[in-house]
Each structure stands twice: as C-alpha cells, then as structure tokens.
Design a protein around this ligand. Structure first.
Ligand SMILES: Cc1cc2nc3c(=O)[nH]c(=O)nc-3n(C[C@H](O)[C@H](O)[C@H](O)COP(=O)(O)OP(=O)(O)OC[C@H]3O[C@@H](n4cnc5c(N)ncnc54)[C@H](O)[C@@H]3O)c2cc1C
Length: 452
C-alpha cells in the first residue's frame, strides 16, 4: 500500500534510514531536521563502530556505500570478511580475531562523521525525499491520532505517518499531543574521553582494532578503532563518574596502569591530532511505547528516541537501522493506520530487547548500577565471562559471541547446546591476558549523582 506523505522527524542515522526505507513506500517523504547537514549528535567525535547487523541494513539500502567509504579513506575490515584481526582483552583473556558469518558485505571502519555524511548524501539523491530545516514543535492530533507536525516556523506539514527519529532528547514533544510512555533507566554515569592519534601499519601487530573491556574489579574500558586519514580514534570510558585523562602523557599512564590490559599505552602516548573530546553518559534509557494502553495511530518512534543504550557495545546506530528495517516490513503489511499503531510498538520493542538486555545486563555486574536488576543477572554475567574466555581459543564460540554482540543472533544463542558444551570444555582457559598485566590503579573516586 502506498502512503501519500510521511514526515520523518530528525535527520540523524535513524531518520536517514527511515527516509530511505519509506521513500519506496510513500509518494513523498519530508525530513524535518533542525540542524545543518550532516546533523551530527554531540557524541559524534567519539569512536563509533557500526555493527555487522547495522552494516547489513545500510548495504541493503545503499549497496555502493561500503565502496564509497573506502574511496574516502575508510579502513577496510581485512581481506577475509569472516575474520577480523584484533586485540580484544576481556574477562582475563585476549581474542586475536573476531569471527563473523560470511554475509558478503564490504566491512569498513571510519568516523561517525564520514558515514553520516555519505548516508546523508545518498538520501539527498532520492527524488521523493524533501528536506525542511526547521524544528518540530508539536504533533497535529485529531481524535487521538497524529496527522502531521507543527513547525517552529509556524507552518505545519500533514502526513499519513510521522516517524519520530528525534534522538534521545529531541523529537516530537511528549505530553501535550502525545502520551508519555513508561520509561526504564539504568544509571551508569560513564565519563568518556576520546582523541585521535596517528595510525601506523605496524601498530598492534597489524590488528584492525583493539579493545580493553571493563571487568567486575575494574570499571574502566578503552577502544581503538581505525578511521580515514590513517588515524586511530581512541576512547576511554569509566563507570560511576571517574574521569579520564585528556593529554598524551596522562593517557599513556592511564592506559598502562588503570586499564585491565596495557595494550593501548604506546598508541595514546602519541601527539593528539585534534582537541580531545569529553562526553558524559548518565543513564541508558528506554521508552516502552509497547506498554501504552492505547495505540497512537499515525505516529511511530525509532532509534535513540526509543532506546538509548550505554554505548559500551556500540549498538545505537545498528539498533536504529534494524528498527527501521522492521518498520518498512510493518508498513508493507499494515499501511499507516490503526493496525500499524497496534503492531509497531510491540515489534520494535522486540528488536530493541536484545541490545537492551546485553548492555544493561553487563551494567549490572556492578552493585552501584542504578535500576531494576534482572533476576539471575550475576549468574548470566559469570557465564558470559566464561564465553569470552572460551572465545579466545575456540572459533565456534568466537563466532557465536560476535554473532550475538553484533545483533545477528539472539542472546539465547550463547546458551545453545553446542556452544554451551564448548564453553564448559574450555573452562580451564586461564583468566589472565596473554599480554603482561599490570595492577589496576584506582583513579580518584568520582561522585555518582542521583539517577536523572
Ligand atoms: C559516547 C557515545 C558513543 C557511541 N558509540 C556508538 C557506536 O560505537 N556505535 C553505535 O552504533 N552507536 C554508538 N552510539 C549511539 C549513537 O550515537 C546513537 O545511537 C545514534 O546517534 C542514534 O541516532 P538517532 O538518529 O536515533 O538520533 P540522533 O543522532 O540524536 O539524531 C536525532 C536528530 O533529530 C534532530 N531533532 C531532534 N528533535 C528535533 C525536532 N524537534 N525537530 C527537528 N529535528 C529534531 C536532531 O537535531 C538530530 O539530528 C554512541 C553514543 C554515545 C553517547
């Protein structure tokens, strides 16, 4: 069924994907974005990874995107799409490879800015997508249904469907014309610092990326991802208000002594190529549109507007892309009316469930994490630590773990009998990294503000 007009609120990653997806199902798509292109969110200067599930959706929408990113200097994921050389320190073991199923897509690594620029350029080429630089100030509501949006300029745009991709704190204001859905929050107060340094071919013995995960004893983590221009984007994060360094000497000392593995010390001691970034992420937040007593015809929320995850697993963009893919299927099945309003919140909540459980489950390894603790989570986290150690030595477990963490398979796949058997078989894998470890120095304790 073809719709007449769809309004997409927000031209971030979720909005861009929604515009492309719905342009094939509507005569016209109007994207209302208040900022200038490429409308990057404040966290865009921090390392961003695109999970394979997200890359798959982008590849479906824009088959030439991977090649265009490579042409603009993005780093290739390596010659074999099923293996990415890495240094991944987690749970006291080090994985040297990430194993992936062969999905036939070009894997690339680049900055958030580059990928968003290229996706936006693709969407701007779609003839029936129109752009409005304006702010959505309200919904046009009639008898409980949304019929369009009101703009800050005083105009309004009528639509069969309003897709709210306004991000974590934006979008169509809730409360006046729209109900406020129940919300879950998980308080983690993570402080990020990030910087760019030169990338040399011999770095990390040729590995494409490196990560040092936090552990129950050490709530600090780091990641180094390659980006265009032969640079590393390096990010440090620490739970509960601990702040990281923003100068090369401090960064080198921190990487050597405060993280669970010192692999990144030689990289981060190099001169910074740009000013460092800081970002505070206080809570993971999920809006439960699926729990509203009455559906809202004409309105669907996607992306961070539905779920804003602790970024530790790099899920936000991919979750948004998977939600939008699901929305396309739902519109095919139900059109834009009451049937969509009834089906979409539940279907999108199902897409969000896995990344939400993965990231908040890991957050609850700490007693200081604020929120409703799922029952049995400590046992699950203990098992996941064993999976991570087994993944360092067992290809099959490695593949199962990356499939789950890249949102290609549900978390239950880690408990499938063949995986479970291998994890149990490898229970003697030592809980010590291959790299020499150093005791975790505890930086000055930060304050942990009350849940916001
Ligand atoms: C520190 C950090 C690191 C992260 N790392 C990763 C990572 O490695 N991988 C990953 O996938 N994700 C990561 N994320 C998450 C990712 O950045 C978000 O999930 C993603 O930006 C969400 O896209 P979105 O389009 O839903 O929202 P946004 O990017 O926030 O876009 C929303 C857009 O809507 C516009 N808008 C809002 N309200 C209105 C209005 N009323 N009228 C008009 N326009 C409006 C805004 O201007 C904005 O452009 C990270 C997040 C953080 C905080």
């Amino acid at each position: 069924m073809e719709l007449n007009r769809v309004v997409v609120v927000g031209g971030g990653m979720a909005g861009l994907a929604a515009a492309a997806t719905l342009s094939a199902r509507a005569r016209e798509v109007v994207v209302v974005e208040r900022r200038e292109a490429p409308a990057l969110p404040p966290q865009a200067g921090l390392p961003h990874a695109m999970l394979v599930s997200g890359a798959l959706v982008l590849n479906e929408l824009f088959p030439d995107l991977g090649q265009r990113l490579l042409d603009r200097g993005a780093a290739p994921g390596g010659p074999d799409p099923t293996r990415v050389a890495c240094y991944w320190a987690a749970a006291g073991a080090v994985r040297r490879e990430l194993r992936f199923p062969d999905l036939g897509i070009t894997r690339t690594l680049c900055s958030r800015e580059l990928i968003q620029q290229e996706v936006r350029a693709s969407v701007e080429q779609i003839p029936n997508v129109r752009w409005e630089q304006d702010t959505v100030t309200g919904a046009l509501a009639r008898r409980g249904a949304v019929r369009g949006v009101a703009l800050g300029s005083g105009r309004s745009v009528e639509a069969d469907l309003v897709v709210d991709a306004g991000g974590r704190d934006g979008g169509v204001p809730l409360g006046a014309d729209l109900p406020v859905p129940p919300t879950s929050e998980v308080g983690v107060d993570i402080r990020y610092t990030a910087f760019l340094v030169e990338r040399r071919p011999e770095d990390l013995d040729g590995a494409v990326l490196a990560a040092v995960q936090n552990t129950p004893d050490n709530p600090r983590m780091a990641i180094a991802l390659p980006m265009e221009g032969d640079r590393w984007q390096v990010g440090f994060g620490a739970y509960f208000g601990q702040t990281g360094p923003t100068d090369p000497d401090g960064a080198r000392a921190y990487a050597a002594a405060a993280l669970a593995d010192p692999i990144l010390a030689p990289l981060v001691g190099r001169p910074f190529l740009d000013r460092p970034w800081r970002y505070t992420f206080r809570t993971g937040r999920r809006r439960h549109w699926e729990r509203l007593a009455r559906p809202v015809p004409g309105y669907v929320a996607v992306g961070d507007s539905v779920a804003s995850f602790n970024p530790i697993y790099g899920q936000g963009m991919s979750s948004a892309l998977l939600q939008v893919r699901e929305l396309g299927r739902l519109v095919d099945r139900h059109g834009a009316g009451r049937a969509l309003a009834t089906a979409a919140p539940k279907a999108l909540a199902t897409v969000v469930d896995a990344p939400w459980r993965i990231s908040t489950g890991a957050d609850f390894m700490y007693a200081r994490t604020v929120g409703v603790r799922p029952r049995g989570q400590q046992r699950v986290n203990g098992y996941v630590a064993r999976v991570l150690r087994a993944a360092a030595v067992d290809d099959r477990v490695n593949l199962a773990f990356t499939s789950v963490s890249h949102l290609l398979a549900p978390p239950a796949a880690l408990f499938a009998p063949p995986v479970l058997a291998r994890v149990l078989r490898h229970r003697s894998v030592p809980a010590a990294p291959a790299q020499q470890t150093v005791p975790a120095r505890t930086p000055p304790a930060g304050t942990y503000p009350a849940r916001s």
